[in-house]
Design a protein around this ligand. Structure first.
Ligand code: GAR
Length: 212
């Protein structure tokens, strides 16, 4: 059975969606850079090993990333899932887990990378917003896209209402993407384009989970 590790920094709702999805793999650890990440307690309650590698106490970014990699490698995962992990990761760390690290981002990339994506969407006046699961590469929020889900932006939306609408879809597409990876069905072409290997051959990855 394939093994995966989830990295979190906070609430952990995507982590919970992944843990409760009955994925064809074993979650061998949940690791956080923050001791106060609420998701850690939820993982422990499900009997999953947890660890904290503090970014502030580990002596700079290189030392932090070395300690984080050492902790991850103890569990020998096939897949690393960043689920609200709010640290920018350096090239060396990212390359170590190339093609086996996924991230969920709360916008339709390449629109609105970085932070405060819902505020960015409201400020830009877009009518459609959403979320993206992508492979992690050294360029921030720019790795090969696996799946995206779109939601409408309503005229009376606040950051909070828009975030809630997007989050619901995050849980759907992240579990789907993780399942595809664990089933060995995702292929990255030229470091850019991702296809889903279906029984009948390669088919395009579906965009709207509502269609599935
Ligand atoms: C989610 O909305 C996730 O997409 C976002 O943080 C939130 C974590 O929520 N991630 C990023 O912004 C990464 N740049 P959760 O802890 O409840 O899953």
């Amino acid at each position: 059975m394939q093994r995966f590790v989830i990295l979190i920094s906070g609430r952990g709702s995507n982590m919970l969606a992944l843990l409760d999805a009955g994925l064809p793999g074993e979650c061998v650890a949940v690791i956080s850079n923050r001791t106060d990440a609420a998701g850690l307690e939820q993982a422990r309650a499900r009997g999953i090993a947890t660890a904290v590698v503090g970014h502030a106490t580990s002596g700079g970014r290189e030392a932090f990333e070395a300690a984080l990699a050492a902790e991850i490698d103890r569990y020998q995962p096939d897949l690393i899932l960043l689920a609200g992990f709010m640290r920018i990761l350096g090239d060396e760390f990212v390359r170590r887990y190339q093609d086996r690290m996924l991230n969920i981002h709360p916008s339709l990339l390449p629109a609105f990378p970085g932070l405060k994506t819902h505020a960015q969407a409201l400020a830009a006046g877009v009518r459609i917003h959403g979320c993206t699961v992508h492979f992690v590469t050294p360029s921030l929020d720019a790795g090969p896209i696996v799946i995206q889900a779109a939601v409408p932006v309503l005229s009376d939306d606040s950051e909070a209402t828009l975030a809630a609408r997007v989050l619901e879809q995050e849980h759907v597409i992240y579990t789907l993407a993780a399942r595809w990876f664990l089933e060995g069905r995702l292929q990255v072409h030229d470091g850019r384009r991702v296809t889903l290997n279906d029984e009948g051959g390669n088919s395009d990855v579906l965009i709207n989970p509502g269609c599935l």
